[in-house]
Design a protein around this ligand. Structure first.
Ligand SMILES: Nc1ncnc2c1ncn2[C@@H]1O[C@H](COP(=O)(O)OP(=O)(O)OP(=O)(O)O)[C@@H](O)[C@H]1O
Ligand SMILES: [Mg+2]
Length: 362
């Protein structure tokens, strides 16, 4: 936690340290100063922050990329890096762990973190980033100051252009770590100055392992279907998984699939499963009834389609039919995302799925 005599002017730096504990394996709540009633803080710390890994070793998944980062942390000579990947897979966490592991106690003085909540136009590159790069900080041999540009894909192009030269000019003392969702939004010259690390979504086992750890620690009452439901809704996003777990626990006190889908406000996959089954039996009337029921519950075409797609991908059926189904669902998804979000589109999808199923069975 922040030390009272340390510089508290810099909001970004405070953000980092408040989300991380120094000794690694210790959950963050045990580091809370005695003056603050612990129960209040623990209750109000989002689990996301409470269980944000503090060591590279604790980061789940993307082993290859993380092991490269660990290597950099040991060697010290960090190149400029870009970490890109989908939301909630641990990019920001990795960069913070790396910086902490590399710089140890010098972390506060030697790291500048900027994210999309800061103004990051060209002026910021010219002033704040340059000033930090020029500032003198005594570091162990072979270590560099680190400028973390989180959500770098939201930097303006002008700012990115201004960064090109800055990166080179101060390369003796300062290294850049960029994290972003879409690496194609980073201009080519910056990409060519950086080592690119690509993160991917986490798989179900990786999410499950982490969720089980948290449920044990929080003494959550859960069923295995409940955790499966969380994994189903999270779609490889650890942030969403942990958030949904906490919301369900706080909302219902017990994690089962019903509560999870209530909290996440998604159509229950069992209903969708039934609907697909009716399509496979070419029973359009029943399939339509199931869809109509979901529509009346207030789900949008996009909500319904997203679950239909995910359920179809794991449904046991002939491969040919599965591919045909996915194709039809994809085409409907496209129309809906172009703005034709009507019940008619869903009805037409069901009709086409029934047709595919019947022509396939002949
Ligand atoms: N690989 C992981 N291992 C363990 N926890 C993770 C992992 N990825 C995400 N988390 C959890 O999710 C939270 C958010 O992760 P993080 O901020 O690193 O995501 P991100 O990849 O930077 O996402 P975004 O692209 O939205 O910024 C963390 O606080 C942590 O609790
Ligand atoms: Mg992030």
């Amino acid at each position: 936690m922040a030390n009272s005599n340390e510089n508290t002017d810099d909001v970004e730096m405070l953000d980092i340290s408040s989300s991380m504990s120094k000794e690694n394996d210790v959950p963050i709540q045990s580091k809370i100063p005695d003056a603050v009633p612990k129960s209040t803080l623990i209750k109000h710390t989002p689990w996301l922050e409470k269980y944000r890994p503090t060591k590279l070793n604790d980061i789940v998944g993307n082993e290859e990329a993380v092991s490269r980062l660990s290597h950099f942390a040991q060697q010290g000579n960090l190149p400029n890096i870009i970490i890109s990947g989908p939301p909630g897979c641990g990019k920001t966490t990795s960069v913070l762990c790396l910086a902490r592991q590399m710089l140890g106690d010098a972390f506060r003085e030697a790291v500048l973190e900027m994210n999309a909540s800061n103004d990051r136009g060209i002026d910021v590159v010219r002033t704040k980033i340059k000033m930090f790069a020029q500032s003198k900080v005594s570091l162990p041999k072979g270590r560099h100051k680190i400028i973390i540009l989180d959500e770098a894909d939201s930097m303006t192009e002008g700012a990115q252009q201004a960064l090109r030269r800055t990166m080179e000019l101060y390369s003796k003392t300062t290294r850049f770590a960029l994290a972003c969702n879409a690496s194609d939004k980073i201009i080519e010259p910056i990409q060519s100055r950086c080592a690119m690390l690509r993160y991917s979504k986490l798989n179900d086992e990786q999410l499950l392992k982490r969720l089980v750890e948290i449920t044990k620690f929080e003494q959550v009452s859960y069923t295995s279907e409940g955790l499966e439901a969380i994994i189903f809704t999270a779609q490889g996003d650890m942030r969403q998984a942990i958030n949904n777990l906490q919301s369900t626990v706080f909302g219902f006190g017990h994690v089962n699939s019903e509560n999870v889908f209530k909290v996440c406000d998604e159509p229950h996959p069992i209903l969708i499963r039934d609907m697909i089954e009716k399509c496979i039996q070419s029973d359009l009337d029943e399939a339509y009834k199931a869809m109509n029921h979901l529509w009346r519950l207030g789900y949008t075409a996009e909500d319904i389609l997203s679950v239909i797609m995910r359920v179809t991908k794991t449904y046991q059926m002939s491969e040919f039919m599965q591919l045909e189904f996915i194709r039809e669902i994809g085409l409907t998804y496209m129309r809906v995302s172009q703005g034709v979000e009507s019940q008619l589109q869903l009805s037409s999808l069901l009709a086409r799925l029934c047709q595919r199923a019947s022509s396939n069975s002949h």
